[in-house]
Design a protein around this ligand. Structure first.
Ligand code: NAD
Length: 259
C-alpha cells in the first residue's frame, strides 16, 4: 500500500517506466510521469486513468539528459518518497563507430540524470529518514556485449553508483537498490523482433522463442520478461515491506545470469 507516497518515474511514457508508473498508481501512490513530449505524457496519464480512474497522476515534461531538465523536475516536485531512475537510451553500435559525442550523450543521459536527481532527493529523504531510490540497470551491466559497449558501461556504472549511495543511508530507513531486467518485451523490443527474421513469417511468440534460443541460451525461462513483471518487483522495493533490502543489485532476468 503506497497511499500518500509521492513517486517519480523518469522516462515513464513507454516500456518499463510506463508499467512501473501504472503499478505504483495502482497501489495508491501519487505518481509523477516524465517524458520529453507532452502528447506522450498526456497519453500515458490517459492510459493510467482508464485503468485506475482515481489515480493521482501529475507530469513534468523535461529532457533529463540536461541539468536544466533535472532542475525543472526538482522545481516541480521538490519532495519525493520514491524515485525510480528508469530512463535510458540504448542504441546498438560497433565500438569503433561510437564517437566521443555518443559516449558523452550516453553518460549524460543514463548516468547524470540519476546523479542530478538523486543528489537532491536522497539528501531530502535522509533528512526525513524515509524513502526509496531505485535504479533500473540491465542484464547488460553484468553481461556486456561488444555491440553496445557504451550502453553496458553506463549500466555497470549504475550498479556501482547505487552501492555507493546505499552506504550513505546507513542507519536510516532510506534504501537504494538497483534492478537488472533481462530482455523485456517493450514496444522497442517488439519492433526489433518484427524486423529480425524478415524472410520467415513468424508470429511474435515464435520470433520471441527463436530470439531466446539464439541470443539468450542460458535463460531458464526461455521467454522475454514482461514490463509488468519488472513493475511488480519495483513496487515491492518501493514499499515498506522491502526495508531489509538495501545496496542490492537484483536480477529479474529469468535466470539468464547465474551467480
Ligand atoms: P523505452 O525506450 O521504452 O523507455 C525509455 C524511456 O526513457 C522512453 O520513454 C524515452 O523517451 C525516455 N527517455 C530517454 N531519454 C530521455 C531523456 N533525456 N529525458 C527524458 N526521458 C528520456 O525503453 P525501456 O526498454 O522501457 O527502458 C527502460 C529502462 O529499462 C532503461 O534504463 C533500459 O536501459 C532498461 N532496460 C530495458 C530492457 C529491455 O529489454 N527493454 C532490458 C534491460 C534494461
Amino acid at each position: 500500500d503506497l497511499q500518500g507516497k509521492i513517486a517519480l518515474v523518469t522516462g515513464s511514457t513507454s516500456g518499463i517506466g510506463k508499467a512501473i508508473a501504472m503499478a505504483l498508481a495502482a497501489e495508491g501512490a501519487s505518481v509523477i510521469i516524465n517524458g520529453r513530449h507532452e502528447d506522450k505524457v498526456k497519453q500515458t496519464i490517459h492510459d493510467i486513468h482508464s485503468k485506475h480512474p482515481d489515480a493521482e497522476v501529475r507530469f513534468v515534461v523535461a529532457d533529463l539528459g540536461t541539468e536544466e531538465g533535472c532542475h525543472q523536475v526538482r522545481e516541480a516536485a521538490p519532495v519525493l518518497d520514491i524515485l525510480v531512475n528508469n530512463l535510458g537510451i540504448f542504441e546498438p553500435a560497433e565500438f569503433f563507430d561510437i564517437s566521443d559525442a555518443d559516449w558523452f550523450r550516453f553518460f549524460e543521459t543514463n548516468i547524470m540524470s540519476g546523479v542530478r536527481l538523486t543528489r537532491h532527493y536522497l539528501k531530502n529523504m535522509l533528512s526525513r529518514n524515509e524513502g526509496r531510490i531505485i535504479f533500473i540497470a540491465s542484464e547488460a551491466a553484468v553481461m556486456p556485449s561488444q555491440e553496445m559497449a557504451h550502453y553496458s558501461a553506463t549500466k555497470t556504472m549504475q550498479l556501482s553508483l547505487s552501492r555507493s549511495l546505499a552506504e550513505l543511508t546507513t542507519g536510516t530507513r532510506v534504501t537504494v537498490n538497483t534492478v537488472m531486467p533481462g530482455s523485456t518485451l517493450t514496444e522497442g523490443v517488439e519492433t526489433m523482433l518484427n524486423t529480425l527474421y524478415p524472410d520467415e513469417k513468424l508470429t511474435i511468440e515464435e520470433a520471441e522463442l527463436r530470439f531466446m534460443k539464439e541470443n539468450r541460451p542460458t535463460s531458464i525461462i526461455q521467454r522475454l520478461i514482461r514490463p509488468e513483471e519488472i513493475a511488480d518487483f519495483v513496487t515491492y522495493l518501493s514499499s515498506p515491506k522491502s526495508s531489509a533490502i538495501n545496496g542490492s543489485a537484483l536480477r529479474v532476468d529469468g535466470g539468464l545470469v547465474r551467480s
